[in-house]
Structure formats: structure tokens, C-alpha cells
Design a protein around this ligand. Structure first.
Ligand code: ADP
Ligand code: MG
Length: 632
């Protein structure tokens, strides 16, 4: 006997159990999944046939066919796509590899009412057949196999499946669903037509239904004319992106997105462009509502579905989108690339370059539109999900830098929530007349940023500061120096440039304070020796006694990152800035005993280091000093 029995992977068993026992609504999604698989199988074969024209034999008209047997209560979905060998059937229909399904499991609650809702939203692929069937039989013949080399896969969706050798006259796959007793509505023409229109209109190959036709009795005829059956096409079968955007409904765009992205959620927005002229192409680009779990993994598969003259060429064509837009999903159909194009050819191809530019521009325009929608929460969703990746574009895409900047959102001292919703344009519109530059602070966290002593002087002058704390910020801000005419200035930079914000009166006052403190500064320099690069009177501190300023281009945040990654960095000497108005500094100044003064000077310095670096080389020496002063 050639029948083999196999057990399902544990996850598959769990999924099957749920599908069979707890789905109450949206049951027709199984058709979307099975038709989508059939369409994928046809796309795959279409691509193979580009290189190998013999792959099709004389079965050259692609189609997906639905037929019902009312007596046996079966619904069959057939395609003449790539088909499966026995090994492929075992591999593909016995295990779950897809990340979407993993996501599905993560979201499961154990509450069957809630979970059944989830199933409707998530695409769970082939196994959704068991929503309506208590037995599924798959008869498949690979395009490489002979008629007697087909495979029959069958399962009742309990814990196992069987595979056996089979005969099949034509290439492709038949999925035969033995419908559960209460699912007989899927034997109705009308139900099937409805579901196909809803989910599969955009599938580019015809979906046909075997239909019984009853001819009308003609005049003079005495006998009832004989019934006959024929295949009737029930979908539009026009690739969605080739249609006129004005005639496409939002629902159709959304369904198409789900089809290409395997996402269970609606997209956030999309843009559909058909370009004719020296170059001819169509693109349909979508922004998802949520980031994939592996967004920050550079190896992650991303990119557009590439078609050439409406022939599917490849998935994940990543050369058409810069890396900072790697979350964009969609389709690109070009008339200017050769049909036999490969990933290698795409790499250095002039057409690729200009298509990439066009796709980038369209994406930025789409985001600009999204940012101007009345409902601000939509753009906020985009920013929360993808902002950290999008910001890489400020460095990666110099040509579009200002466009990208306009689309960036930051937290700022203007509000107290830490929400990242301030644009540079908002910031500029609020600037006092005298302010020319844009001030920002990169810190380790939002909490560290708002509490930073570097903000004090600016706060006092009523100047807004943008606050950043994400991993990429340090690197990005080190590489962008201006937005249009305006300089971007870190409030931690050595000579904090306040320009006209510093009025004459301020300056005079500062000079006076510096003069008054000259003696104190000298005493401190003597006390701290070459531990510090310099000691100065600060013009940025209000409530804090002291702060340190790095001398190198490297900010403290970057230093921490590099140190954390195990890099050996040269010992850095800081400039110590002190605030002579602060009570502690006054107290230090009053110390006449040299030993005691030295202790105080060290303490003031170490405090500043601790606040800036988040740690000290010798914490116990610091604590000793604090304790001895506390006890006095
Ligand atoms: P996905 O479509 O996301 O890969 P599915 O669960 O829908 O996940 O399908 C699993 C796999 O089974 C497919 O990737 C494909 O290899 C195979 N498969 C399913 N249906 C067909 C079919 N009609 N023809 C050929 N292969 C198929
Ligand atoms: Mg599928």
C-alpha cells in the first residue's frame, strides 16, 4: 500500500481545532485564501514559463475553477498553476512557516468568541478550508510531473493527514472540500458569486464557476430544452492596478492590499499612479497600519511585487524603494524592463534608478497627504509605527532631505506628554522673532531629556527645544546640520550659539558674573588640575550647579553607545561649567580651607559627570565625599 499517514505540526493542530470549532462569522474567508493560493500558483508557473516555454505544454489558458457537486456536498477549487509534488504537499500543507500565522497565535486569547473574530481578520491560508469542510482532499500534479505522478493529500482536520500517489490528467491542483452539514450554502451559485466578487475580483486570472444553464422554451417548441453546463467567468479578472483609479472602490484597494501583503488589517493609505510617456509604468503603493516584527532587521524581506507588462516577475523587489521606506508594500508594473529581468540585472539598470526615484517621490507625497488629513491620529499611527525607520532617510536620501524633514515629528519642551507630534514647521511658526536656529536635545530617554540641565537657560528665555531619544537620533542628528536656511543646534554643544537671543543686557550681566567669579574659577582649576579641560561660568544653567561639555564631536549619548558595543575610546576631558548663582556653588566658594574646597570642587564636578554620563569611574570615592559633607 502506498498510503502514508503523517501527523500535523502542533501549531497546525491548535489552529485546526479553532477553525473547526469556534468560527461563527465571516466564514467565506476560506474562499479568499484558496483562490489566492490558486492565483499564486498560476503566477509562479507564468514566471517559470518565461524561461521555459515548454513548461505549459498545451494547457496554456490559465484559470481558477469552482464547481459543486450537490449530491456529494462537495465544493472543488481547481487551478492549472504550478502544482505540487508529493514532497511539496507534505512540506507545504503539513506545517506552518508563515510569520502571519505566528502573529495570529500571539494574538489569541483563549476565549473562543474573541478568537473566532481574529480568524476572520487574519489570513490563515490553506487551513481555513477546515472552516467549512470536515474533510479536505487535495489532488495535485506538479508541472514537472506526469499524469501518474500526481499526489492525493487528505485530512479530516483532526490530527493527521494522509498522502498517496494519484492520477491526474491535467496540471495543477484540485482542492475538494466535503462541506460540513450546516455549510451547504456554499453549494449555491449565488453565495459563491458574492464571495468571489467581494474578495477576488482583482485576481488577474479568470475565476470561473460551473453553471447550469436552462435555455428558455422557444415559441412553437413542445419539449423542454435540455439543460447544459458551462464555465462562466465570475470575477473581473483585470489586474487591479491596470484599471482606472477613478473606477476603483476603496474596498477593492483594501482587498488587494490584503492579497499582496498577507496582512489581516486594512492599510493606512495608498497611492496609485499610471505614468505614460518616455517611460511607462504603474505603481500602487500602500502604507501598512502596523510595523512587521522584524522591521529593524536589515535582512528582512521587503520590497514591491514586480510585474513587467503585466507578467508577474518577482516578489520582494527591494531595489525600487530606498531602505528607509522598506515598510512600503505594493506593486510596480513596468513596460521598460525586459521580461527576463533578474535581480542582478535590476541592480545596475538605468530604468531601475528612475523607477526608484519615482516610487520614492510618490511615497513621500502620499505621506504628505496623510499628514494633512483632518484626522491627525492616522499620521500619528504612521509615525509611531515607522518614524524611527523613516528618519534614516534624513541621512540616506540627501536629495529629499528637506521633504523628509517636513514629515518628521518630534517631542518638544512645548508640551508635557512626550508625544512625538511636533513638526519642524510647527516649531518654526512658534519661534520668537529673534530666534534663527532650531534647538534640539538628544538624550537617553524622554525622562532624561525633559529633566536635562541643558534645557534650563532656553526654558527661561521661552525657547522651545525638540527632544529626541531614539537609537537612530544620535547618528541622524550628527549627520544633518540644517533644515533649509536654519541651523540645527544641539543644546549640549560646546559653545551654545544663541545668536540674537542673547541680548546686550544678558551679555553685560554675564560678563559681570564672569568677572566676579574669576577668582573662584581659578581656585577650581587649581583644585581639579588636569582632570578637566577647562572650567567656565555657564550661561545655560538655572537650577543646576554644574554641567560638563564634551570637547570632541562625539556627544555623550554616542559615547555611551560605542562603549556599550565594546569599543575602546580615548579618555575624554570635559569642560566644567558652573552656575555661580547656585547655593551649592556659593557654599563651595565660601570654603577657605584648601582641603575642604578641593573636596567641594570634586563633588561639583562629579555631580555634573554623573548627570551627563549616567555613571562614574569611581562611584565609591564620590559617595565618601557626599557622606563626609552630609555629616558636617
Ligand atoms: P501562503 O499562501 O501564505 O504561503 P498557505 O497556507 O495559504 O500559505 O499555503 C501554504 C503553501 O501551500 C503555499 O505557500 C504553497 O506552496 C502551497 N499551496 C497551497 N495551495 C496551492 C495551490 N493551489 N497550488 C500550489 N501550491 C499550493
Ligand atoms: Mg495562501
Amino acid at each position: 500500500m502506498s498510503v502514508e499517514q503523517h501527523g500535523f505540526q502542533t501549531e497546525v493542530k491548535q489552529l485546526l481545532h479553532l477553525l473547526a470549532h469556534s468560527l461563527y462569522s465571516n466564514k467565506e474567508v476560506f474562499l479568499r485564501e484558496l483562490i489566492s493560493n490558486a492565483s499564486d500558483a498560476i503566477d509562479k508557473l507564468r514566471f517559470i514559463s518565461l524561461q521555459d516555454s515548454s513548461a505549459l505544454g498545451d494547457d496554456t489558458q490559465y484559470h481558477i475553477r469552482l464547481s459543486v457537486d450537490k449530491d456529494k456536498k462537495t465544493l472543488t477549487i481547481s487551478d492549472n498553476g504550478i502544482g505540487m509534488t508529493k514532497d511539496e504537499a507534505i512540506d507545504h500543507l503539513g506545517t506552518i512557516a508563515k510569520s502571519g500565522t505566528a502573529e495570529f497565535f500571539k494574538n489569541m486569547t483563549g476565549d473562543s468568541a474573541k478568537d473566532s473574530q481574529l480568524i476572520g481578520q487574519f489570513g490563515v491560508g490553506f487551513y481555513s478550508a477546515f472552516i467549512v469542510a470536515d474533510k479536505v482532499t487535495v489532488i495535485s500534479r506538479s508541472y514537472k510531473a506526469a499524469a501518474n505522478e500526481a499526489v492525493c493529500w487528505a485530512s479530516d482536520g483532526e490530527g493527521s493527514y494522509t498522502v498517496d500517489n494519484a492520477n491526474k490528467e491535467t496540471r495543477g491542483t484540485d482542492i475538494i472540500l466535503s462541506l460540513r452539514a450546516d455549510e451547504e450554502e456554499f453549494l449555491n451559485d449565488w453565495t459563491l458569486r458574492q464571495a468571489v466578487t467581494k474578495y477576488s475580483d482583482h485576481i488577474s486570472c479568470p475565476v470561473e464557476l460551473l453553471t447550469t444553464v436552462k435555455p428558455e422554451k422557444k415559441e412553437g417548441e413542445t419539449d423542454e430544452p435540455a439543460e447544459y453546463t458551462e464555465w462562466q467567468q465570475i470575477n473581473d479578472a483585470k489586474a487591479l492596478w491596470t484599471r482606472n483609479p477613478k473606477e476603483i472602490k476603496d474596498e477593492e484597494y483594501k482587498e488587494f492590499y490584503k492579497h499582496i501583503s498577507h496582512d489581516y488589517d486594512d492599510p493606512l493609505c495608498w497611492t496609485h499612479n499610471r505614468v505614460e510617456g518616455s517611460q511607462e509604468y504603474t505603481n500602487l503603493l500602500y502604507i501598512p497600519k502596523h510595523a512587521p516584527w522584524d522591521l529593524f532587521n536589515r535582512e528582512q524581506k521587503h520590497g514591491l511585487k514586480l510585474y513587467v507588462q503585466r507578467v508577474f516577475i518577482m516578489d520582494d523587489a527591494d531595489v525600487f524603494m530606498p531602505s528607509y521606506l522598506r515598510f512600503v508594500k505594493g506593486v510596480l508594473d513596468s513596460n521598460d524592463l525586459p521580461l527576463n529581468v533578474s535581480r542582478e540585472i535590476l541592480q545596475d539598470n538605468k530604468v531601475t534608478g528612475s523607477l526608484r526615484k519615482a516610487c520614492t517621490k510618490k511615497t513621500l507625497q502620499m505621506l504628505d497627504k496623510l499628514s494633512k488629513r483632518e484626522d491627525k491620529s492616522e499620521y500619528a499611527t504612521f509615525w509611531t509605527q515607522f518614524g524611527a525607520v523613516f528618519k534614516e532617510g534624513l541621512v540616506e536620501d540627501y536629495e529629499n532631505k528637506d521633504e523628509i524633514f517636513k514629515l518628521c515629528r518630534f517631542a518638544s519642551t512645548n508640551e508635557t506628554t512626550g508625544a512625538q507630534d511636533v513638526s519642524l514647521e510647527d516649531y518654526i511658526s512658534r519661534m520668537p522673532e529673534k530666534q534663527k536656529n532650531i534647538y534640539y536635545l538628544v538624550a537617553e530617554s524622554y525622562q532624561a531629556a525633559v529633566a536635562s540641565p541643558y534645557l534650563e537657560a532656553l526654558k527661561k528665555k521661552g525657547i522651545e527645544v525638540l527632544l529626541m531619544w531614539e537609537r537612530v537620533d544620535e547618528w541622524v542628528m550628527a549627520n544633518v546640520r540644517e533644515y533649509g536656511e536654519r541651523k540645527l543646534i544641539s543644546v549640549t554643544s560646546e559653545d551654545l550659539e544663541l545668536g540674537e537671543l542673547e541680548d546686550a543686557e544678558d551679555k553685560a550681566k554675564q560678563e559681570e558674573v564672569a568677572k566676579e567669579s574669576a577668582d573662584l574659577i581659578k581656585r577650581m582649576k587649581d583644585a581639579l588640575g588636569d582632570m578637566v579641560a577647562d572650567v567656565k561660568v555657564s550661561n545655560r544653567l538655572v537650577d543646576t550647579p554644574s554641567c560638563v561639555i564634551g570637547s570632541s564631536m562625539m556627544t555623550s549619548q554616542m559615547r555611551r553607545l560605542l562603549e556599550a558595543s565594546g569599543q575602546k575610546l580615548p579618555e575624554e576631558k570635559f569642560t566644567l561649567e558652573i552656575n555661580p548663582h547656585h547655593e551649592l556653588v556659593k557654599k563651595m566658594s565660601a570654603q577657605t580651607d584648601p582641603e575642604s574646597f578641593k573636596n567641594w570642587a570634586n563633588l561639583i564636578y562629579e555631580q555634573a559627570l554623573l548627570a551627563d554620563q549616567g555613571g562614574l569611574k569611581d562611584p565609591s570615592a564620590f559617595l565618601k565625599r557626599v557622606n563626609s559633607l552630609l555629616l558636617k
